[in-house]
Design a protein around this ligand. Structure first.
Ligand code: FAQ
Length: 320
């Protein structure tokens, strides 16, 4: 088969909803796009532990602390499934980590904002996990098998995370005036960055068109953002909290909420590394990687020793 035939066969499979698996032929650009997206996603899960980790020691009760710990550990697990999915495309874990630590690889803009009060933990679960699920449910049907399968489990866990965040918000919103104020303040600060998580407007999205043709993405950035606004406005109403957008209005004709313009300068500024916590987040990951060097060395030494023992035993068995 010529290269063109391979391409056609590949696209026919994608169109017929047959999953692409690691050993199947795939265009180089498809492989590159997947490595880019899956690794950015993995990095986001791992860096995403930091803002919430900031509140483990200050959770308001033992019950809250246990739930928060479990949630953060889930995010680490998501990172691991996703790094493994990326590795099936022929890139090593070391390379992926190096790309994050050197600042070459992106991770989600949302994790460069600070968590100032306990209500931020509620807002992250409700809005950030809520936005993540909206995007990831579509990814359970991604054309690349290992990515789609990893997403199924991740979505189940994110759904629990979203509910725990909403329950924190509900408790605060029904609490004292000071607690209600904290909840509103957290919503004010997390609303717009959550909308930015979906990525640039469709007209400015460099990869969307091709990724949709390859069925990696099934919906565009703007479609998912709109879907998120539509469900979240109603959830805010139940909480009795106000979405910080004077232009938010139900549009009968469209059957959707209209909403105000996102501050795209802020978005690109954060993506380029100049957000409020970019430096702090990267420094924390670099430190964790350096502090963990002895664990990696010990694990490698153990694996080598085990291999040597196996070789010696088989040599002995052969000699006997
Ligand atoms: N932040 O052409 P597009 C979570 C970049 S997981 C930073 O539209 P694409 C769980 C984009 O990479 C959250 N950069 O790109 C959790 C590209 O740059 P490049 C993460 C962004 O890939 C919760 C350029 O802009 N989720 O939250 C962002 O088609 C709580 C052009 O953009 C995923 O990663 C951004 N927000 O669509 C954990 C889901 N948006 O690479 C802890 C998988 C765009 O050319 C606590 N990813 N960029 O240099 C996706 O679905 C897609 O990659 C999009 C972007 C939709 C994010």
């Amino acid at each position: 088969m010529t290269e063109l035939n391979f391409e056609k066969h590949f696209q026919d499979k994608v169109d017929a909803e047959i999953k692409i698996e690691p050993k199947d032929w795939m265009p180089d650009a498809y492989r590159k796009t997947l490595i880019r997206q899956i690794s950015q996603h993995a990095h986001s899960e791992v860096v995403g532990m930091l803002p919430e980790g900031n509140w483990i020691s200050r959770a308001p009760s033992l019950r809250r602390k246990l739930i928060l710990l479990a949630k953060i550990q889930d995010e680490a697990g998501h990172g691991l499934y996703l790094y493994s999915a990326a590795e099936t495309l022929g890139i090593s874990r070391e390379e992926l980590v190096e790309q994050l630590l050197s600042g070459k690889a992106k991770y989600s803009s949302i994790f460069n904002y600070p968590t100032l009060t306990w209500a931020d933990i509620g807002a992250i679960g409700w809005l950030v996990d809520g936005a993540a699920i909206m995007n990831q449910v579509m990814l359970t049907r991604a054309s690349y098998g290992p990515y789609a399968r990893a997403m199924v489990r991740i979505c189940k866990e994110e759904s629990f995370h979203q509910r725990q965040g909403y329950e924190i918000m509900l408790t605060l919103a029904k609490g004292s005036a000071a607690q209600q104020h904290m909840a509103q303040d957290a919503l004010n600060r997390w609303w717009w960055p959550s909308l930015m998580m979906f990525g640039p407007k469709d007209d400015d999205s460099a990869h969307s068109q091709q990724s949709m043709k390859w069925k990696i993405k099934r919906k565009s950035n703007d479609e998912l953002r709109q879907q998120f606004v539509d469900v979240t406005v109603q959830q805010a109403e139940v909480l009795g909290l106000a979405i910080p957008d004077p232009d938010l209005k139900w549009n009968e004709e469209r059957g959707h909420y209209d909403f105000g313009e996102i501050n795209w300068d802020e978005f690109w500024n954060v993506v380029k590394g100049n957000g409020p916590c970019n430096k702090q987040r990267l420094d924390a990951r670099i430190k964790a990687h350096e502090d963990g060097a002895w664990v990696r060395e010990a694990a490698m030494a153990y694996a080598e020793k085990k291999e040597q023992r196996k070789l010696m035993e088989s040599a002995k068995a052969e000699a006997a």
